[in-house]
Design a protein around this ligand. Sequence first.
Ligand SMILES: [Zn+2]
Length: 397
Amino acid sequence: MTDLLITNVRPDAGSTADILIEDGLIAAVGPDLAPREGMEVVDGNNAIAIAPFVEAHVHLDKILWGLPWHSINVPDSLRAMIDNEVEIRRTLPWSVPERAGNLIRQCVAMGSTHIRSHVDISPTYRLDNLHGVLEAWERTKHAVDIEIVAFPQLGMLVEPGTAELMEAALDEGATIIGGIDPARIDGNPAGHLDTIFDIAHRKQAKIDIHLHERGELGLYEIGLIAERTKALGMQGRVVVSHAFCLGTASRDELSRAIDQLTGAGIGIISAVPGDIPVPPLFELADRGVRCAIASDSLRDTWNPHGNGDMLERCWLLSWRGNCRTDAELVAALDMGTRRGADLLDLEGHGLEPGCDGSLVLVEGENLAQIVVDRPKRALVVKRGRVVARNGAWVDEK
Ligand SMILES: [Zn+2]
């Protein structure tokens, strides 16, 4: 069913209206809309209707969500964390499709109907993680759109064969080339970036680079990324995830980095880290950098925290960002919804006629209050189909 009439809701916490979805698209928004014969009608119970959350950065292949508690063993270096994960995943009794499926259903139940997931690609894993995530998506396609980043978690130049496999991943369902800490992992910033930009440019793929490297090194690498983005005409197609270096930059350094990001049309995705300063997302957005927030690593061998709830992530940003006025709280909500959709170039995200018939109902007073209180999602609709109700996934009829 892709036709649906939802009555008695408040779009973006405004006046009460009905929302009519036909053929998966919003056909009308207004009072007293009439259903076509045989159309499913849902009473929205005066809930707030918002466009769906956008989960712009997770790792569906790493997830242990829905499984027995996994006690985290945190080795003392990034390399040791990477090797630790490979060892644990070698003997996990649950497959990638099972684990990825658990998180996909959780994300949808919390109101995210678009997911960008990185998947580990390496000579050890080959394309198994990609195939596993695609298998999980095949079973959930009616509820969620997924775009996949071919991610060299184990290193790329230090793991010969990885770049070729990342390129092959683009022929099998991935649409984005990943990268990670070009200096710390591969020990060769220019070499790492040249390789991923070459693949992405030749294959007309986007780029999404994990950049945890801090201080001057991270800022220097943002400059290298901007240079390559402009040289290859890839403006608007490159994202830097995390960009911790922006959180600790001086005013002059930040201003210079923002000029580089806007000049090259590079976006920033932050998971709102707890242990270091969050990149100044509101200032970046005000100055024209496309920004979004996301869950990143959650309930896996790296991190016990997180639950795939983007409304909670918006609250976390509002907490870390000291958002106190209604306008500031709504700006935090925007980072997990409208700005995420803009950064990922999602068409039809919104509640106006012509938009995708996808939305989330939240019982609450206004947009600021739902960020603070994080109510359960009453209903999640994907292109006219109810896919979650009362915070729980709805199995397809
Ligand atoms: Zn990540």
